[in-house]
Write a protein that binds this ligand. Structure first.
Ligand code: NAD
Length: 493
């Protein structure tokens, strides 16, 4: 299958473009080829999006939302097919892939509902016979840059609020997972979105991504990916006075207090640490455990991990699929060596799986280090694989301090039965998402999603908060007094 760019409502030829293979990380089989587009394709896509934007914005929001309802129905119809493609190109197990597509469906219907809200504010004027209100106005052409770990959900978090608010977009998906973007473009075409409203351009971050950020007609960049890339985008976007929304890395922790339901905590930790082979931005990579229950928790954790089956995500029995590619395997392996050198104790795992049936794909054992000190590299940096560090603490205060000591601030969790500890924790944990008696993953689409510190720059995906990224506030004053009334001066003060 040869994937093509979708620009101005047309599939464009890959002639003269270099193409690269898209491979299944479970077995290294080629699934498709994808073009590495150049500046020219970006320019065409931005021009198409710009041309379409004004008339798109003039369609009443409830009518724009009708397209989102249609998209939601298409996603629902194709859910199983899309989940299968997603597992093949990204590797996550099929149950999780279905969950990811469901997230897109939920977002379509949720944002379609916004078409009849998009609330602004009315407020009294300080002057007589004068009306004051503020409304959300679309911004224009939006550039979307997305990662490979949630190739469909993250795109829906960004593109659906952008569309309902009256913007058009150019989307650059990750080169590792372009098939989901191709499938989404097919859906945009099938529901008859006007030409140029939704455009997909495949290619590298350094060319297509950079060009999107630098292009003067792209007014907003919405990015999800690593903190390293996000910092570069912030710098470049800042220079071009772009509105830049960044959702970046995490180093998420589960805190287990001495009064916790340990079985529940173990289940939450295993799901958050090893689901998606640890490649979720919200993946749990640290367990911060009270000293009184550390040994017991470790023992239960290892027992639970031994039950996990690893393999091709299309097999319903498998709980952990491959990691995305060879480079990811190398990076994970590197961190495991670092952990050993730093003096952490390897409790289980620690190796990539290289013998059949794993030898063709990219598999890493679920790995747990214990006796990890908070200043070790493995306790501070995002590994983005199935590697967990256990850090012992003496009390809640220390647990919160350890949780907050990393440069990231996406998600955290506490297991406890003590309501006082729980309320103190939800107040003092400095992450954008806090879970109580649940793991660090599992966000719902109608709440804001994002993080503090090195995870974000103050914006949020999902929820109504996402609309803030894709709209400008416009304040409108209507004076119906028939005379000049001067604010602050004619108020009689
Ligand atoms: P990445 O930063 O390598 O790439 C993300 C996207 O940016 C890709 O489309 C890539 O091609 C593009 N890109 C790369 N260099 C670029 C440049 N110089 N200019 C413009 N675009 C560029 O990230 P990844 O490896 O695809 O994804 C994993 C990372 O994403 C992890 O750090 C993870 O925590 C993070 N993530 C964060 C969230 C969140 O919401 N906070 C969600 C999912 C993933």
């Amino acid at each position: 299958m040869e994937l093509q760019n979708f620009i101005g409502g047309k599939w464009t030829s890959n002639e003269e473009l270099e193409t690269i293979p898209v491979v299944n990380p479970a077995n290294n089989e080629q699934l498709a080829t994808v073009p590495l587009s150049t500046k020219q394709q970006v320019a065409k896509a931005v021009a198409a999006a710009k041309k379409a934007q004004r008339s798109w914005a003039r369609i009443p929001a409830p009518k724009r939302a009708d397209y989102l309802y249609e998209i939601g129905h298409k996603l629902k119809e194709k859910k199983e097919y899309l989940a299968q493609v997603l597992t093949k190109e990204m590797g996550k197990v099929i149950e999780e892939a279905r969950g990811e597509v469901q997230e897109g469906i939920d977002m379509a219907f949720y944002m379609a509902g916004e078409g009849r809200r998009l609330f602004g504010e009315t407020t009294p004027s300080e002057l007589a016979d004068k009306f004051a209100m503020s409304v959300r106005a679309p911004i224009g052409v939006v550039g979307l840059i997305t990662p490979w770990n949630f190739p469909i959900a993250i795109a829906t978090w960004k593109s659906f609020p952008a569309l309902v608010a009256g913007n058009t977009f150019v989307w650059k998906p990750a080169t590792e997972t372009p098939m989901m973007a191709y499938e989404m473009a097919k859906i945009f075409e099938e529901v008859g979105l006007p030409d140029g409203v939704a455009n997909v351009v495949f290619g590298a971050g350094s060319t297509v991504g950079t060009e999107l950020i630098e292009h003067p007609d792209v007014k907003v960049i919405s990015f999800t990916g690593s903190t390293e890339t996000g910092s570069k985008i912030a710098e470049l976007g800042g220079r071009h006075l772009k509105k830049v929304s960044l959702e970046m890395g995490g180093k998420n922790a589960v805190i287990v207090m001495e009064d916790a339901d340990l079985q529940l905590a173990v289940e939450g930790i295993v799901w958050s640490a090893f689901g998606t082979a640890g490649q979720r931005c919200t993946a749990c990579s640290r367990v911060i455990v009270h000293k009184d229950v550390k040994n017991k928790l470790q023992q239960m954790l290892v027992e639970e991990i031994r039950k996990l089956t690893i393999g091709d995500g299309l097999d319903e029995d498998n709980k952990i699929g491959p990691v995305i590619n060879g480079a990811a395997l190398e990076k994970i392996n590197h961190y495991v060596q670092v952990g050993k050198q730093e003096g952490a104790t390897l409790l289980i795992g620690g190796k990539s799986l290289t013998s059949p049936p794993y030898n063709k794909g990219f598999y890493f054992e679920p790995t747990v280090f214990t006796n990890v000190k908070n200043d070790m590299i493995i306790a501070q940096e995002e590994i983005f694989g199935p590697v967990l560090s256990i850090i012992e603490v003496a009390d809640l205060e220390e647990a919160i301090e350890v949780n907050n000591s990393v440069k990231f601030g996406l998600s955290s969790s506490i297991f406890s039965r003590d309501v006082n500890k729980i309320f103190k924790a939800q107040r003092d944990l400095d992450t954008g998402i806090v879970y109580v008696n649940a793991g660090t993953t599992g966000a719902e689409i109608h709440l804001p999603f994002g993080g503090t510190k090195g995870t974000g720059n103050g914006h949020r995906d999902s929820g109504q908060a996402a609309l803030d990224v894709y709209t400008e506030w416009k304040s409108i004053y209507v004076d119906y007094s028939g005379k000049l009334q001067r604010a602050q001066i004619d108020t009689g003060n």
